[in-house]
Write a new protein. Structure first.
Length: 258
């Protein structure tokens, strides 16, 4: 009597659960190791630009002998700044957040970053009177001293800085009285009339540099710029938006923006 053939049993898939758990744990481990403050923003932007290509270009590079956009990726990555620069800027950001913690809590200072580098933003209303470029030095001296200490850190020794003045869209003529005859000399200086927001924003940036230089920074590492109301962070349609737009940005420049 012929024996019946047994069909082979299906392989067990129980291992897949264990494998999936292991992969998940590894992913969590590497996410914990990732520190976004150590990323060089310019380097990341360059890599993203190098990886961006549309489907047509991808087909051209793969099906034809013509060179696709990825052909220069190796050279691009080789020419990127060293990771050490990104780490130094990340360390500087941590120190800035720690050093200016009271000012950040009171919204006098905010710290951010973009493709230009690390940005320390001074809320203009905390440092200047409306329509004036004269610093409220009695109230801001300690903050300016901390800023000068920060810019003299060894981590920033080879960096360059740019101080950028910004205003809202309110005409300066509406902020300062037409006649100052009854004012004393000190009040006249505080209420100096400017022809436009261009002069006001530029003078504010210059005055910040003057005080930082008095407190010990090397002014040769700095440049100044005034942008008036041409680069708002928020809409000027609301008083809150205007308040955020009145600011002085001190940018720790990436080497690509010197």
């Amino acid at each position: 009597m012929a024996r019946e053939k047994k069909e082979p049993s299906k392989p067990s898939t129980a291992w897949q659960g264990t494998y999936g758990d292991m992969i998940t744990l590894m992913l969590c481990f590497f996410v914990m190791l990732y520190n976004p403050s150590e990323v060089d923003i310019t380097q990341l932007a360059t890599i993203q630009e190098s990886l961006q290509m549309n489907q047509t270009e991808a087909e051209t590079g793969g099906l034809a002998l013509s060179v696709g956009r990825l052909a220069d990726l190796g050279n691009t990555i080789s020419a990127l700044p060293a990771l050490e620069k990104g780490r130094n800027l990340g360390t500087a950001k941590k120190k800035a957040v720690s050093l200016f913690a009271p000012e950040i809590k009171s919204n006098k200072i905010t710290i951010s970053s973009d493709e230009r580098g690390l940005i320390i933003t001074l809320a203009a209303d905390s440092f200047f009177e409306r329509g004036s470029a004269e610093l409220n030095i009695d109230e801001t001296r300690e903050t300016l001293l901390h800023l000068s200490e920060f810019f003299n850190l060894p981590d920033l020794d080879k960096r360059r800085f740019r101080i950028e003045g910004h205003t809202d869209n309110t005409p300066v003529s509406s902020l300062v009285p037409d006649t100052l005859d009854d004012e004393n000399e000190s009040n006249k200086a505080k209420k100096q009339k400017f022809d436009s927001n261009w002069e006001l924003s530029s003078q504010r940036a210059i005055n910040v540099l003057y005080y930082l230089a008095d407190f010990g920074v090397d002014e040769k590492k700095f440049s100044v710029a005034g942008y008036a109301d041409t680069r708002p962070k928020f809409s000027n349609d609301t008083p809150e938006g205007q308040a955020y737009n009145r600011r002085v940005d001190i940018v720790i420049l990436d080497e690509g923006h010197f």
